[in-house]
Design a protein around this ligand. Structure first.
Ligand code: SF4
Ligand code: SF4
Length: 301
């Protein structure tokens, strides 16, 4: 993986699950970052990309994302012997009523076994188109983002590609910061989102599942030895659980950045396709500004 400029910092915002306000916070960070720093933004939540809805990018470059191969039967060559169906361990090969065979591209894992063993050499193995990725201009800076094709997988690979392209772009632009809207959960895409980053900000909320998700995310971030910061969204809907989240964060050597209270303006800002910082100045936008300044003090400055 390409190395970052020593001064350039990469901050990844994650959450244990979707719906915690991760993308809203990323958009607010984008606005705050643009006031002081040259920044590049990346939407690595590739399975549910939505940062573009707020950043409203103007697409400058469009690239195809190709990953692996898929098997496709040539009906003119197929002798309908059924050997491929016997061999496919993923149940991707289906026999039609007329006795012919076809491959369900959504189930094909691209292992190539059927291609190798087809006695009639009737199976083609083209590269698999998995979506597009883009370099775009936004009012806050360059955005690297993507659109996965329906049924496309390999989102971890796409996340790695987007981060790599962001680093190249940031180097060209002499950017100070890369801000990444990471994938939720703890699977392959989130691992691809955080490896090698300078800081991870975990956004969580006061619920039992939030507590559980924070633990899992913190274990993952600790495993990769990356500085972990936590902010608690909707703090005031359950202050007791918020306190427990705060204590739990300390168990994982995380630094508490601050709290964000429940505020319907967060939703209204999303509906208006704006970051909260642009939508309305109020208590919540001040809390987010404080969180951002805390983070900058520890990571950027
Ligand atoms: S193994 Fe080849 S010839 Fe036999 S059914 Fe499959 S594609 Fe057709
Ligand atoms: S390439 Fe592998 S997974 Fe795909 S249809 Fe052939 S045997 Fe099945």
């Amino acid at each position: 993986m390409r190395k970052k400029d020593k001064k350039m910092k990469e901050i990844v915002i994650i959450s244990g699950k979707g719906g915690t306000g991760k993308t809203s916070l990323t958009a607010s960070f984008a606005k705050l970052a643009s006031d002081k720093f040259k920044s590049v933004f990346v939407d690595c939540d590739v399975d549910a990309a939505d940062l573009h809805l707020i950043l409203k990018p103007e697409i400058l470059e469009k690239h195809r994302f190709i990953s692996g191969n898929e098997a496709v039967i040539d009906p003119d060559k197929c002798a309908a012997c059924g050997r491929c169906k016997e061999l496919c361990r993923f149940g991707a090969i289906i026999q039609k009523r007329d006795g012919r065979y076809f491959i369900d591209s959504g189930s094909c894992e691209g292992c190539g076994v059927c291609v190798h063993f087809c006695p009639s050499h009737a199976i083609n193995f083209p590269e698999r188109f998995c979506g597009d990725w883009f370099v775009s201009r936004t009012r806050f800076g360059t955005l690297i983002h993507s659109q996965l094709a329906p049924q496309a997988e390999n989102s971890g690979k796409l996340v790695s590609l987007l981060r790599e392209e962001a680093k190249k772009k940031a180097a060209v632009e002499s950017a100070d910061l890369i801000i990444v809207d990471g994938s939720p959960g703890i699977g392959c895409p989130v691992i691809a989102s955080i490896t090698g980053a300078d800081a991870v900000v975990a956004v969580t909320e006061p619920s039992l599942s939030g507590l559980h998700d924070l633990e899992r995310a913190a274990q993952l971030v600790n495993h990769f030895n990356i500085p972990l910061f936590v902010c608690i969204s909707k703090w005031d809907i359950n202050a007791d659980l918020s306190e427990r989240l705060q204590e739990k964060s300390l168990d994982y050597n995380a630094t508490m950045l601050g709290r964000i209270d429940y505020d319907e303006d967060v939703t209204l800002a999303q509906l208006a396709e704006l970051s909260l910082m642009e939508y309305k100045e109020g208590k919540t936008s001040k809390q987010i500004t404080e969180i951002w300044e805390n983070l900058c003090q520890q990571i950027v400055n």
